[in-house]
Design a protein around this ligand. Structure first.
Ligand code: FPP
Length: 246
């Protein structure tokens, strides 16, 4: 019996292209973000159906504060209303929500709703959805280094005992496996400071599809591409397939 191709355990997505999607329709950029929220809902549901264990999405980067103030404030409103409207149904669908990033920068109303959503959905086991907000991969590595330094100074950790796995325990995604598949929509081919540490061995898949148009078919396409890759982790292809040495 041949084994079924593996479904990625963890998918990370840079949801890019909302603004261009709206511009093509002569609509304000915020309409694109609203349509992007719908695509996120579809993606969460499809990941849960397929048996993907963890989905991590880049909803707001540390650099997104530099956008025009009107767009930032519309994004905050959308975030707040999504927390009001979506959490109940996600909970009913056994989705566990976690927010990663420097949450201190958000208004208290948003912070409270994020904490409430995390508490409500904490025991859900169908899919873990990590929503990255005011997040940056460098911020994450820096805050982990700060915690490690503090632990060393306080004598709770010896510098000689710090290894990769111990360091990763201090990162925001410490409870999740590293992403198997990293998807970026919107046509750009860059990481943009997302899951920097964790994507060391991720398979990358870039698509020109703008995020609001991303749907079940696009996700299936990305997973099919992932299933055709050979993950070698530094070994040779023959070692991976078990073929004899030439
Ligand atoms: C990038 O597209 C997208 C964002 C900065 C925001 C992502 C937000 C969502 C998908 C909506 C809702 C999510 C939550 C959690 C409420 P862009 O604006 O950079 O697009 P562009 O490159 O075409 O300008």
């Amino acid at each position: 019996m041949t084994a079924l191709p593996a479904i990625p355990s963890h998918i990370a997505i840079v949801m890019d292209g909302n603004g261009r999607w709206a511009k093509k329709r002569n609509r304000p950029r915020t309409m694109g973000h609203q349509a992007g929220l719908k695509a996120l809902r579809t993606t969460i549901e499809h990941c849960a159906r397929l048996g993907v264990g963890t989905l991590t999405v880049f909803a707001f980067s540390s650099e997104n504060w530099n956008r025009p103030p009107s767009e930032v404030s519309r994004l905050m409103e959308l975030f707040l209303s999504a927390l009001d409207k979506e959490v109940k149904e996600l909970h009913a669908n056994r989705i566990c929500l976690r927010f990663i990033g420097d949450k201190a920068a958000f208004k208290s109303a948003i912070r409270t709703k994020m904490t409430d959503a995390e508490k409500l959905t904490a025991a859900n086991d169908l899919l873990i959805a990590n929503i990255a907000v005011n997040y940056g991969g460098r911020w994450d590595i820096t805050q982990a280094a700060r915690q490690v330094a503090r632990a060393a100074i306080e004598g709770r950790l010896s510098p000689d005992d710090i290894d990769e796995s111990g360091f990763a325990d201090f990162l925001a995604l410490s409870a999740s496996p590293d992403p198997d598949l990293f998807i970026r929509t919107g046509g750009e081919m860059r990481i943009s400071n997302f899951v920097l540490w964790q994507s060391a061995y991720s398979e990358f898949w870039f698509t020109p599809v703008l995020w609001p148009d991303f749907d079940e078919t696009t996700l299936d396409e990305a997973i099919l591409a992932f299933q055709s890759r050979q993950r070698r982790y530094g070994r040779t292809g023959d070692q991976v397939t078990g073929a004899a040495d030439a």
